[in-house]
Design a protein around this ligand. Structure first.
Ligand SMILES: NC(=O)C1=CN([C@@H]2O[C@H](COP(=O)(O)OP(=O)(O)OC[C@H]3O[C@@H](n4cnc5c(N)ncnc54)[C@H](O)[C@@H]3O)[C@@H](O)[C@H]2O)C=CC1
Ligand SMILES: O=C(O)C(=O)COP(=O)(O)O
Length: 645
């Protein structure tokens, strides 16, 4: 029999919200709470009471009803329950006497509206440091829990690495997240949130400004007049009415541009592989292919994100498909245009004019051929720069970041799966159960063997599409990996980390006849291909098997191997296999009592009387090695293991 101390080495003491799976506070509260925060060990998830911003067009920062909320789980933050993390952040002391914890630090690396700063200052130490060099940014992020940027800061892999796990949230105060290395963020479990709606109208208005200014040579005529000239014949423009505008990217900004262009009497076509034809039709816009759009357009307005697919999508070949004399507006991203190709197209007269707000390199190099081209007008990335949009964006991102730091869910997460708020609330106790089953199961593996194959069986009366198990899988992964590594796991990086470690988690649904109001009857975690420190945890199929269920909102361990038990997963537990005989409970109880170890729960499972039985004992305190050894010395005890939660 292996010793208890060996058995316990895999465990790291992360104990949360014990009796209650649903726990609002960040400290170790045990009273029932009336909210939907869910304890997730080191993390928590929470349904924002503030609601979320609609992602639809033309809404600015208007809120939508709580019932429509779609949120992404952010278990990145609220690390307050961690005993080991250097990144512990939590909301400040509350009036109801919760434990006081340090305020998180938020680095605001680019100018943010005052309303956003004020909001952040209520819950965080806010460091506004603009124009940081990459080196200074790297140095600072090691001291910050969150970073807020606009388009001018490159949040590279180097930045995430430099943060050494401290950075839990990156807030992009705007839409485009092409300046954030999402893969690197995901790998380290850093949540990335953006502010996708508050600058939509500003960007659309800027697009229309550039369109009209370009068509009527406003910028050139103004400059010429300021230079003392009066050139009425030189600056004759072109009309917009009855011309065809091709909107490339029919999302929030694109559709607002389309709406306004219709008002100017233009015919509008749009290209967007993902846009709905109904939405386009409702605005009187025809969705067409890329080539059709180019062939039809007198004017082209770009509104797609910069992605590997759209990178330099406007190049020599695509300009060659345009009507001669086409005019182009770009308020999206410089990188969607091959800039030297645009210079060539302008020189050849294929493109008559261009109006550009965005550039591949910002600011462009001095003497840039495009910026200085006589048929090009430029603005220094001003699309989102209205007073209104900047205040809106600041509030939108501050709420998202503050919420994430407080362990809330984010509606605008860009690197975490979206899970509806209702689902989170309903699954709350199962989330706790899932993590704890994983945490217990991995501690049962003997000899430091790597866990490679885990099967999770969900028994449920629900239809497959009515049970979202991504959150549960992530939390089982968290439970399996965190106790035996320094990794920090949340919904952002769970699948990634599992894959990196060669850990395969297969999921199986087993239908039951139970009530569909109950999301899950049991969750069973099985680790195959390993030996166990506690042989009785190996079930008939040769794998470590733990089954759990939720009773009255509390997670319970219901099976160890083939032995049925019934112990709430609140505190650490001792599993003991013994010869089933009278007096065992008393003996164990008195040994633990001698050391003042309080037993919270005790349950004995056996296959048949007077044979072998497994006793599961929940303990409030961790017994000393000596005490555990005394348990092992009871003649009828065949094996035992101490498992930390
Ligand atoms: N200049 C500025 O200051 C601002 C620039 N922007 C930029 O404008 C762009 C659009 O922003 P939103 O409308 O808010 O985003 P959005 O996500 O609502 O819309 C983007 C649309 O582009 C579509 N799309 C993706 N790939 C495409 C492709 N290959 N061809 C055509 N369409 C494609 C998507 O389906 C989506 O409908 C982004 O690049 C954003 O960064 C946004 C705000 C301000
Ligand atoms: O929201 C966007 O995508 C923008 O391009 C706005 O950028 P900015 O926040 O003004 O640097």
């Amino acid at each position: 029999m292996e010793t208890a101390s060996m058995a316990a080495t895999a465990g790291s003491a992360t104990i949360v919200g014990a009796k209650l799976a649903v726990n609002y506070g960040v400290s170790q509260r045990r009273e029932p709470q009336l909210s939907s925060r869910v304890s997730l060990g080191r993390n928590s998830v929470f349904v924002s009471k503030a609601g979320v911003y609609s992602r639809g067009p033309n809404v600015g920062s208007r809120r939508v009803g709580a019932s429509k909320r779609v949120v992404a789980v952010n278990s990145a933050a609220a690390a307050s329950s961690s005993s080991s993390s250097s990144s512990a952040v939590a909301v400040p002391t509350s009036s109801d006497g919760q434990k006081s914890v340090a305020k998180p630090t938020v680095l605001v690396a680019e100018k943010l509206g005052a309303a956003g700063i004020e909001l952040l200052e209520k819950m965080a130490v806010v460091d506004c440091s603009y124009n940081l060099s990459q080196e200074d940014l790297c140095a600072k992020v090691a001291e910050c829990d969150a970073l807020i940027v606009r388009s001018g800061t490159k949040v590279t892999r180097e930045v995430f690495e430099a943060s050494k796990g401290r950075l839990k949230v990156v807030g992009r105060a705007g839409v485009g997240i092409d300046n954030v290395d999402l893969q690197a963020a995901t790998e380290v479990g850093c949540l990335v949130v953006n502010a996708p709606t508050a600058n939509t109208v500003a960007a659309a208005e800027h697009g229309i400004s550039l369109l009209t200014a370009m068509a009527r040579n406003v910028a050139q005529a103004s400059a010429s007049m300021k230079a003392g000239k009066w050139q009425r014949n030189k600056w004759v423009g072109v009309s917009l009415v009855d011309k065809t505008l091709a909107v490339m990217g029919f999302g929030k900004v694109g559709s607002e541009v389309a709406r306004r262009a219709k008002g100017l009497g233009m015919t509008v076509v749009a290209h967007d592989p993902y846009a709905s034809a109904e939405r386009a039709k409702a605005l009187g816009v025809e969705l067409v292919s890329f080539d059709e759009a180019l062939a039809a357009a007198d004017f082209i307005s770009l509104h797609m994100p910069l992605t590997p697919t759209t990178d330099k999508i406007f190049n020599d070949e695509s300009f060659g498909k345009c009507k001669k004399g086409v005019r182009i507006v770009n308020v999206a991203r410089g990188g969607v245009i091959d800039e030297p190709a645009l210079v060539r197209a302008l020189d050849a007269g294929i493109v008559a004019q261009a109006a550009l707000d965005v550039f591949t390199v910002e600011p462009p190099k001095e003497g840039d051929a495009l910026v200085n081209h006589e048929n090009v007008i430029v603005t220094p990335h001003l699309g989102a720069s209205t007073m209104e949009a900047q205040e809106g964006v600041a509030v939108e991102i501050a709420e998202a970041v503050a919420g994430a730091l407080a362990g809330e869910l984010s509606a605008t997460a860009v690197n975490a799966p979206m899970v509806p708020a209702e689902v989170i609330t309903e699954l709350a106790p199962y989330v706790t159960l899932a993590e704890r089953l994983g945490r217990l199961a991995v501690q049962l593996v003997s000899g430091g063997a790597g866990v490679k194959q885990v099967k999770v069986v969900y028994r449920s009366a629900r239809a497959d599409d009515d049970l979202d198990t991504r959150l549960l899988r992530a939390m089982i992964t968290k439970g399996l990996i965190e106790p035996v590594s320094s990794a920090f796991i949340n919904l952002v990086n769970a699948d990634y980390v599992a894959k990196q470690r060669g850990l395969k988690i297969s999921e199986e649904r087993q239908p039951t006849d139970g009530a569909i109001e109950v999301p899950l009857e049991t969750i069973t975690v099985t680790i195959a291909g390993v030996k166990s420190k506690f042989a009785s945890a190996i079930s008939g199929n040769g794998s470590i098997t733990l089954e759990g269920k939720v009773k009255d909102g509390v997670p319970y361990l219901s099976k160890v191997g083939d032995f049925g038990v019934d112990v709430s997963l609140e505190d650490s537990i001792i599993l003991c296999r013994q010869v089933d005989q009278p007096g065992m409970i008393g003996k164990v109880g008195s040994i633990l009592g001698q050391e003042n170890v309080n037993i919270s729960f005790m349950s004995v499972g056996r296959k048949s009387p007077r044979q072998h039985a497994v006793m599961a004992i929940g303990v409030d305190e961790e017994p000393s090695k000596v005490t555990l050894q005394k348990l092992g010395d009871i003649p009828a005890v065949e094996e035992f293991v101490f498992l930390k939660l």
